[in-house]
Write a protein that binds this ligand. Structure first.
Ligand code: CMC
Length: 390
């Protein structure tokens, strides 16, 4: 192989150094900037976690207030941007709309943006944090034919997102603190996860010096797949398909016969319980109780599936445990969020991870364009023949 190593799917390649997120997959540990995810999910709030990921330390009260103010003032999108939505069919998947409309932000913020200037990068981060939830809520409203709801700055970040999703011009919106806390947790748990497929995509796109808003669109595209962020949607669809606890055993058999994958199970890095999944399972109980859904059929089904899978040698030998997406779909559904918006919610939470990782890369003194090599297995040299001689 000469000077390079063949590592398809990057099982053993570190593509960068990073100070942002630490994972110990065997021990089931996840830390943001040194803080265990469980503590952040329990005691912090999403914007504080955003500050931490972006800047490396938790903010003091003044820094926090300034940060919240900055993000809040960037929640409005340009009037022209709203016109992009009309180009999409109403039945377009909201992730397709996200790829297009977030990418379109690059047309609004390009010429005056110097990506080598830390202040400009910070402004790009504030714009993304402010505008991605607005675009996500608009994608939902557009899909359903409802009028867009402009952001309201009197609300917290998460309250405002729920407001833009569920409020209508005709009715007063009253945020439910239990549901707000649940979504806050979902965002915190999804905020960063080191060099996963979408983050690596953002870094690779950004390494060429490309516009950061366009880079985020590339991350959204990578996130969409069912092996990555699309797993929450796929996991819930799977539970709906199984439909009844009596069908769980047959389903598990199909998985063992390699006819299906158990969506929401397994992870490239975690060979132990995904620590995010434990927090999410607790959140499931809280939200279902609040919504009067303690006997929720799909949750019961998920618990049964988990019990069978965790005691089956097939899953034990392969170290397959539930990941965060096994439960997040149930919580999102209980919040009233439709299945095709699940991965969009993941993208809203992950935006801070993408932009923090992009910023870290851009700030590095040894930045180089990412350029993997390949193992060529095609034809050897041959001579061109004119078409009538082939
Ligand atoms: N159901 C059944 N078998 C599985 C599963 C699963 N979900 N995941 C892996 N396996 C089996 C796989 O068939 C293989 O078996 P064998 O050794 O007999 O060939 C073995 O376990 C190792 O799997 P792998 O494909 O080498 O593992 P990977 O690291 O390439 O894939 C994964 C990781 C997450 C893509 C995979 O586990 C998967 O597709 N899971 C379902 C989708 C999912 O839940 N994804 C969300 C990940 S967490 C959120 C995020 O970070 O985006």
């Amino acid at each position: 192989l000469g000077i390079f190593t063949y590592d398809p799917a990057f099982f053993s390649t570190a593509s960068c150094t990073s100070e942002i997120t630490y994972i110990d997959g065997d021990a089931g540990l996840l830390y943001y900037r040194g803080y265990p995810i469980e503590q952040l999910a329990e005691k912090s709030d999403f914007l504080e976690v955003c500050y931490l990921l972006l800047n490396g330390a938790l903010p003091d009260a003044t820094q926090k207030a300034e940060f919240v103010h900055k993000v809040t003032t960037h929640t409005i999108v340009h009037d022209q941007l709203m016109k992009f939505f009309n180009g999409f069919r109403r039945d377009a998947h909201p992730m397709a709309v996200m790829v297009g409309v977030v990418g379109a932000l690059s047309a609004f913020y390009h010429d005056s943006l110097d990506i080598n200037n830390p202040e400009h990068r910070d402004l790009a981060a504030m714009r993304l944090l402010g505008k991605v939830p607005t675009i996500a809520a608009m994608a939902y409203k557009y899909h359903n034919g409802y009028p867009f709801m402009y952001p309201k700055n009197k609300y917290s970040y998460v309250e405002n997102f729920l407001y833009m999703m569920f409020a209508t011009p005709a009715e007063e919106y009253v945020p439910n603190p239990v549901l707000v806390k649940a979504l806050e947790r979902i965002f915190i748990l999804h905020a960063d996860h080191e060099q996963n497929a979408s983050t690596s995509t953002v870094r690779l796109a950004g390494s060429s010096g490309a516009n950061p808003f366009a880079c985020m669109a590339s991350g959204i595209a990578a996130l969409w797949g069912p092996a990555h962020g699309g797993a929450n949607e796929a996991a819930l669809t799977m539970l709906e398909e199984i439909g009844d606890t009596s069908k769980v055993a047959q389903f598990v058999q199909d998985v063992k016969d390699k006819k299906r994958l158990l969506m929401g199970f397994g992870h490239r890095v975690y060979k132990n319980m995904d620590p995010r999944a434990s927090v999410m399972r607790e959140t499931c109980y809280e939200v279902l109780k609040e919504q009067g859904l303690e006997n929720d059929k799909l949750f019961k089904l998920a618990m049964e599936l988990e019990k069978i899978a965790l005691s089956d040698p097939y899953f034990i030998e392969r170290k397959l445990y539930p990941n965060v997406d096994f439960y997040s779909g149930i919580v999102l559904r209980a919040l009233g969020i439709p299945t095709n918006m699940f991965t969009v919610i993941f993208a809203v939470g992950r935006t801070i991870g993408w932009v923090s990782q992009w910023n870290e890369m851009m700030a590095a003194s040894d930045r180089k364009i990412g350029r993997p090599r390949q193992l060529y297995i095609g034809a050897t040299r041959r001579d061109f023949l004119p078409v009538d001689e082939r």
